[in-house]
Design a protein. Sequence first.
Length: 689
Amino acid sequence: AGAAVQAASAGLPAVAVAVALAPPGVPSPALVARVQRRMALLDPAVAGLARVLALRLDLADDVLAAASELDDAPVGGQIGTGGAGQRVTLAGAMRALRDEGLLVPGSESMIPAIADALLVDLAAAERRRVHEAIARALVRSGSDALAAATQLRAARAFIPAAAAVYRAAGDRVRFDDPAAAIGWYDDALDSGAEPLAVAAGRAEAAAQLGLPIDVGQSVAPEDADRLVLADGAVQAHQGRADRAADALSGAGPPGPDLAVPSLVAVARVDTARAAIASAAVSSAAGAVAVRRLAEAALVAASDPAAAVPLFIEAAEGLERTPPAAVLPDTAHALGALMAATAGDAASGEHLLERAIAAGVGGPVFLDRHQLLLGWVRMRAGRYDTAVAELGRLAQTQLPGRERFLFAAISAGVARRSGDVARLRDAWAGIEPALARRAVDIFAVEQVEELAVAATRLRRYVRVEPVLKALDEIVQGLGTPSAWAVAVGWIRLQVAIAAEDSDAAAVAAQRLEAVAAQRLEAVAAQRRSATSGSGIGARQRAQCAAAAVWARVLNGDVDADAAVAAAEELAAVELPWEGSRLVGQAAIRTSDAAAARRLLERARDLSSAEVTAADGRAETPHGGLSEREVEVARMVLDGGTYREIGARLFISPKTVEHHVARIRTKLGATSKAEFVAALRAVLHGPDQVV
């Protein structure tokens, strides 16, 4: 209590006594009466300054003077240094208030208890007049909009003169801090701003928070495109690429460029090319980065692997200069998806980690980037991030696109754990995701997880319409090899899940045909020195594995071919699929020695992590599996791939794959970093030299 009295009275004995005798939280009646008498004797200009100071705002001197109307106030009595007709200066008015004992000694701030006593006696109309004077002064001073709005809010100045300041503050932070922007726009409306004046900015902020927006609301004519761009972004967030493409294509810059990824996603490639060709790159912030994003998406339509470096370039540009528009998707997210499709998890992780650290795209993208990080790692055989994200977001209402991704991760984790009960539990989220049929080419591998889950649960009727939609999209893209393989692989996995050897054979034949056509195309391109859509290492591994897998389902097991195909799958970051292939080969061969060898390889390729009973992923030794720890120890001991393989009864090629996976998990980019990371993981950071 003593400290509170000291603070309120600034240590002045007379004021302290009055504060101490007053009821808690109530200005001292004696002090109120004393302030009233002194205010009545003050020059009007000085009294005006006292009322402004009583609000205890941090105002610059020019704003204080203008709000107190000191520049226009004639001197009355003996205040100031001049005679009648001279003007009261801010310094003179401060000196007068200090002489009256109203200011904290040695400062220009009013004693808190005095300020409370002054305000309690201030009529509502007079307080409103003071607020209006401060608002006008702030606007005229050209003060930073955010600083000015903060001062007005602190003064609880919700008056027409303050509305423009609040709106300017909202416009200032709508992309950096959309939640704060919503608050500023609400303050503007409470202060009497026209709803159409804040509608576009509020919609942009809401879209970045994942909140619904009203596209039918009235906006100022000059803001019409902003509302359309925000609506297009929301449609993309909901997984409605076709609607997003329509909305964004019809807006002004950067709408056409932002529309390109959505146009590509639903195979409207000609429209995407036309959008890029017809729209010049504007001088607006971030316009060049958005154009790079559009160009990368167009390349991804035919060759996802070739698009990855372009997405990385676009991502770097978006980090440097974010555009003044709500993003339908980020270069980081799309680049990570294409990197995963190309079997390049390291690039995908790098992009997503940067996006999360920089907050790219605003709050609505945080869950997307984190979920995608779990997705990329899960597909590469590391499940801790995916399991953690499922737990974190279990009760969260996600946008449609992220609900689809969440369902795919749920299906993938359940599928890899071999837990049918878990898969049934996940079905509650998987079925609605399939029922929406809101699929696009960038979600093709997510469809794979959902389709296999549905097949395992004998719900194939939910799968076929989605696969038909994907077939149509691939055909619309011109049947590029990479995407044809991706969709063909889904049909193979569905056939395997259904144990339908005939369907698996058909799917394998189709994949082999794609590979053969691609070889012919490559030869033709070499003869004509032209370039075309590519088929990368991952797609080649899938095509080769498909033929082996189809034969395995028919009981035709070639152990060497199965191991070779599985190792190729592992090399392109499909280790779980490789494990499944050799595991199924092991149970179908009649050769006991081959079965033992196949089962050993299946164990090597299986999960690198163990899921705990509470759903968390346990990752001892930095996430390395037991076998990887064995290999790592032998690498530190100086063993060659051949020596390590001989000791562990595995091939040197298998050891090489283990080392590559260990290097990726530890994030080592050089031999020195790799050795240091191994020492830290196996022996603790104190052993790093």
